[in-house]
Write a new protein. Structure first.
Ligand code: HEM
Ligand code: SF4
Lengths: 269, 605
């Protein structure tokens, strides 16, 4: 788990590794927070990519261009972090994998946790030389509504909803199971250990050789984290339903609900 | 990254005090996971699985087999900061992001995927907690008054005895398969515990012997309990010396185990046995059994009572800024704090709406416990609240500000405003109404009208159950409600049965049924009762005393009996037509027309 190797299934990068690679130009750190937050301080040499900028790109070509402008070439080692449980960072990581970038990992902690550890931050923006990146789409990690609708009827397909429990009880895609994104984390790290992630799947009866499709509320961030968590323990066939429940509802597809219970009234929010 | 660093990621300011007892057994978590597997594979039948699940503290959930409720036992209600933090984390990972503090000092996580229960059990083992024997036909959480040790009226602190009893009974073969659930409550004094509405209730007492030495002991009450049919407990003898506490407990459990009714689930709590046999006969049986127990124990068994008192050490003041005192402080101080017998300290009762608390609030409770309680832990109470004791009076304004920041500074916890509501249709299979939400609505209305500040109402209570089973303890409330349904033509609406005059002190009695009140009229009716009281009260009166006189036929004003009350209130409860007022026909928390649906209940399992 600790090295920056070039496996697509490589999960998180630990804090020490990043500290020692901060000045290594073959490594590109991406900070997925809002520009204002980035400007107030970030990990030294990190570049800023607010999620909104990524989402505004409307084609794989424009996405490639965006990464090229951040100085990312085919063989650049990319490490992504955010301050939102790793969910935004994993959405960026997924996008990189989708356009065919091989070497991307998440930082194992969030920016707040980095700071709490007393590690270095900076307000200086690195000089970026734009790079060349090729486009080799990886469609097998992407699910559309149409694909999902057919796939979920098959035996060896598991559909996972990563929203919070109450939202799930109220509305979900029929046949999905619920693993709230919080379940994926552990004390002070954005992801559980490999072993406890495997144990969670075992308890839930989810076979690791199943095709797993993850979704969440709107743009595939919380479910991006689940995608990433599953990939990182070596589940071979994981897809992200990027447009998630928001699109599903808009398309007026069938919706499941836990009936006859006033569970919202148990929440102290 | 090394472990030490990982721990630093969650900074903890002051060192958190750790409990002396580890209630957990990690292997039970793995065993649970394994058993769920076997059940899902059809290798264990439903009834056996259910028994196993309940033994391990997991209840079923309303209308589904896929979810469970995990009840975490907090013996004597004593809960430590790191345990609160862990429960916060578990609620976010496996539940709804909120936890529920129950009327029996437990903490419950609802809507947990059955397959995740074992993960919660592992998490609990990390902090020494267990859900074992929190449900099922076992001895449930051993309660102790949250004021034990600080109460002005107590003779001595019963907490070590409650903990020793819990410790002796947990996983003890004696209590693994009783005819029915079994409850122990320890109190500090007559006022602050619920000793007469449980199977075994105990109040500490000191007796002076002839040689003027002092002997510790208890007043023991047996055979009380609430439910579909409720009873008030009987006192066993004048004084039970502490040496006999364990023998008496064993004797009672053995009798219940031997001759309790195992067939008729609906009537097999010990109170029915006592009732059928007659108290005198039962009492003699207990005394005889106790003699045998005392004589035949091959090895002397003893309760392991830790009498070392807790270290009381004021936390270092966290901030020095003596900023202005926020609004509402005086009201909060008056209605939520109790002056301890220890000079300069108060116990602060943090009220939660129907016992619900978010993960972030749990973390905040952990922090304020570390920063403000000189004993270093908190106590769950029996009104779905959390009590922070040993707060130095000079720190109270600061504590108030901190609680205010996280939405935990509601006033009125020690007043009629803090209504209790069981889970109702929010999760319980047997529920007919949303009692949980109704309690919240009533509390909000009381606070809005500032009724918590009214001294006349202070010692009255409101408690609500979503069906006749009494989990909300409605029968011991000054004004109690239990839920049901009623109809106009073919249209159903939620309807509560209201009782008056219940109490749980030394004059414990069950409320007297007054009338039925549609859910959307409950608040009107309560306010009307208060208005009538104000009109008819005597000088120096309180609402609960007034109602007490009414239910006993001792009141001399225009309302002399429950019947008179009913007559005056009846115009308020006439149902409007559905066209005129569709809202009348919907329960709180639901925008559709009311209909009753219930699943298979597990209270007896
Ligand atoms: C016939 C069935 C049941 C009966 C007779 C019953 C009875 C009771 C009583 C009398 C209490 C009051 C606490 C006390 O003794 O001080 C209680 C507490 C409680 N009951 Fe039930 N109950 C039943 C079923 C259920 C079910 C199905 C649920 C939902 C899963 C439930 C949830 C609770 C809760 C949350 C409490 C709070 C106190 C605790 O921590 O034990 N009960 N029950
Ligand atoms: S009183 Fe009824 S509705 Fe409330 S928790 Fe108990 S069984 Fe459920």
């Amino acid at each position: 788990m600790c090295s920056l190797s070039n496996e697509i299934t490589h999960p998180t990068v630990d804090v020490d590794a990043i500290r020692s690679k901060i000045n290594d130009i073959s490594v590109r750190l991406i900070d997925v927070r809002r520009e204002e937050d980035y400007n107030q301080g970030h990990i030294p040499n990190a570049v800023n990519l607010p999620l909104a900028s990524l989402l505004s790109g409307d084609s794989p070509e424009s996405t490639v261009k965006l990464f090229e402008e951040l100085g990312i070439a085919d063989d650049t080692k990319v490490v992504v972090y955010d301050d939102t449980f790793g969910a935004l960072a994993s959405r960026v990581a997924w996008t990189l994998q989708y356009i065919g970038h091989k070497n991307v990992a998440l930082l194992e902690v969030t920016y707040s946790q980095w700071k709490e550890l007393g590690l270095k931050t900076s307000t200086e923006k690195p000089n970026i030389k734009s790079a060349k990146h090729s486009l080799n789409l990886n469609p097998e990690i992407m699910a559309t509504a149409e694909y999902l609708e057919k796939a979920k009827e098959k035996d060896n397909v598991v559909l996972i909803d990563n929203r919070e429990r109450l939202n799930f009880l109220e509305q979900h895609i029929p046949g999905s199971i619920n693993i709230p994104y919080r379940t994926l984390a552990t004390d002070g790290k954005i992801l559980r250990t490999k072993e406890s992630m495997k144990n969670l799947l075992k308890n839930r009866g989810i076979p690791e050789d199943a095709e797993i499709i993850t979704y969440c509320g709107s743009v595939g961030t919380l479910s991006g984290l689940a995608y990433y968590a599953l990939k990182s323990i070596g589940v071979p066939n994981v897809k992200l339903y990027v447009n998630s429940f928001k699109e599903w509802k808009k398309l007026e597809k069938p919706i499941g609900k836990q009936e006859n219970a006033a569970y919202w009234d148990l929440s102290a929010e | 990254m090394n472990l030490k660093m990982a721990q630093q990621l969650r900074p903890s300011k002051s060192a958190s005090k750790k409990p002396k007892i580890d209630w957990s057994r990690r292997e039970e978590a793995d065993n649970f996971a394994h058993t769920v597997k076997l059940y899902r594979q059809g290798k264990i039948d439903h009834d056996n699985f259910r028994r196993f699940r309940l033994q391990h503290g997991a209840y079923g959930t309303r209308m589904t087999d896929d979810y469970a409720m995990v009840r975490i036992k907090i013996p004597a209600g004593q809960i430590y900061p790191h345990q609160l933090e862990k429960i916060a984390q578990l609620s976010e990972m496996y539940s709804i992001g909120s936890a529920h503090v129950s009327t029996r000092e437990n903490v419950q996580l609802h809507w947990v995927v059955l397959e995740d229960v074992s993960e919660i059990m592992h998490g609990l083992a990390d902090v020494g907690l267990t859900s074992r024997e929190a449900c099922g036909n076992t001895v449930r959480n051993v309660m102790c008054s949250p004021l034990s040790g600080v109460c002005n009226d107590e003779e001595f602190d019963a907490t070590p005895y409650a903990i020793a009893t819990a410790r002796f009974l947990l996983r003890n073969p004696l209590n693994q398969s009783l005819p029915r659930k079994f409850k122990f409550n320890f109190s500090c004094c007559e006022k602050h515990g619920m000793t007469r509405i449980v199977d075994v209730g105990l109040i500490p007492q000191i007796r002076k012997l002839d040689d003027s030495t002092k002997q510790h002991g208890f007043k023991i009450f047996l055979g009380g309990g609430l439910g579909n049919k409720s009873f008030v407990g009987h006192q066993l003898e004048d004084f039970t010396p502490e040496e006999d506490l364990l023998y008496t407990s064993i004797a009672v459990l053995q009798i219940f185990d031997r001759i309790g009714d195992r067939k008729n689930m609906a009537r097999n709590r010990m109170r029915y046995l006592v009732n059928e046999m007659g108290w005198d006969k039962f009492k003699n049986l207990v005394l005889k059994e106790r003699t045998i127990v005392r004589a035949t124990q091959s090895v002397i068994i003893r309760l392991n009572i830790d009498k070392k008192s807790n270290e009381i050490k004021r936390p270092i003041s966290v901030s020095s800024e003596n900023g202005s005192i926020p609004d509402g402080y005086a009201r909060w101080l008056k209605t939520t704090t109790y002056k301890q017998k220890q000079e300069g300290y108060r116990a602060v009762f943090v009220t939660l709406e129907s016992g619900d608390i978010t993960a972030n609030q749990l973390r905040a409770m952990a922090d304020v416990t570390k920063d403000f309680s000189a004993e270093g832990f908190a106590r769950n109470g029996f009104s779905q609240d959390i009590i922070l004791r040993y707060v130095h009076e000079s720190e109270l304004p600061k504590l108030y500000s901190r609680l205010l920041e996280v939405g935990l500074a509601n006033s009125g916890s020690l007043t009629m405003a803090s209504a209790v509501g069981c889970s109702g249709t929010s999760s319980c299979n047997l529920a007919l109404t949303n009692s949980h939400r109704l309690a919240k609505e009533i509390q909000r209305k009381f606070l809005e009208l500032k009724l918590d500040e009214d001294d006349d109402l202070r010692d009255a209570t409101i408690k609500i159950s979503g069906c006749p089973n009494s989990c909300g303890q409605h029968e011991i409330a000054t004004i109690g409600f239990f839920g049901g349904g009623a109809r106009v033509g073919k249209d159903m609406y939620p309807n509560y049965s209201m009782s008056l005059g219940g109490r749980f002190d030394d004059k414990s009695m069950l409320g007297v049924t007054c009338m039925r009140v549609p859910v959307k009229r409950t608040i009107h009716v309560i306010l009307k009762i208060i208005e009538l009281y104000k009109k008819n009260k005597q000088s120096d009166d309180t609402l609960s005393r007034w109602i007490d006189r009414i239910v006993h036929g001792n009141e001399s004003s225009e309302i002399k009996s429950v019947k008179d009350m009913q007559k005056i209130l009846s115009p308020l409860v006439i149902p409007p037509s559905k066209d005129d007022d569709p809202d009348f026909y919907a329960d709180y928390g639901s925008d559709t027309s009311y209909h009753t649906v219930t699943g298979k209940g597990e209270c007896a399992a």
